[in-house]
Design a protein around this ligand. Sequence first.
Ligand code: GLP
Length: 235
Amino acid sequence: IIMKVIVAENASELGKQAFKLLAEAVAGGAKTLGLATGSSPVELYQEIVASDLDFTDMTSINLDEYVGLAPDNVQSYHYFMQEHLFKFKPFKASYVPDGLAKDVQAECDRYNQLIKDNPIDLQVLGIGQNGHIAFNEPGTPFDSVTHEVDLTESTIQANSRFFDSIDEVPKSAICMGISNIMTAKEILLIAKGKNKAKAVKDMLEGPITEAVPASVLQKHPHVTVVLDQDAASLL
Ligand code: GLP
């Protein structure tokens, strides 16, 4: 294993460890944070909210958003970020892809430009059960940039737990590409739970392959992986 791995006792410890790394990056002058949604970063955001960190001079850029969901839709990633972080810790500017964009390609182009203009100092990431990062599913080229992604059946299934019914889960998303993610100076990947153990093992110990999108991180010079015991159980 070439990436740095931290195994935390439990979810709250994991949040504290991840927070420590993020706070160090901020103290070191980080100006732009790449942020993620999902259950993985929730404890990290709780620690941030409870801290005295001040982001009012900083920029945030989120990884992805569902196509078709308005920012005030409770299932949207805009809403998630608002509720978990932004309403407590506002940034100077916060960017999330516009799920309602009429011209999705133009929105992807705008997003790529945003990332160029605001190089990401620290990118927070989760990992999908199939090794996806953001919504970059297995098979996504490593040189991909922001694009519209058709969600796989397994991701729709996994994310349906947040929706009233599986039919309500959007079928596509706007998502940073793998090469956008790799431009971040530092990456902090968080994974919790037994259902992530296989993906974590493949990411850290398997071959670098587009079949496991997260395996690309073996090529990044500054990644820290923070796990709970369950996610680390196959290492
Ligand atoms: C979704 C998100 C990913 C996230 C993954 C895992 O598909 N687009 O960014 O990492 O699911 O989610 P969770 O952290 O809830 O397990």
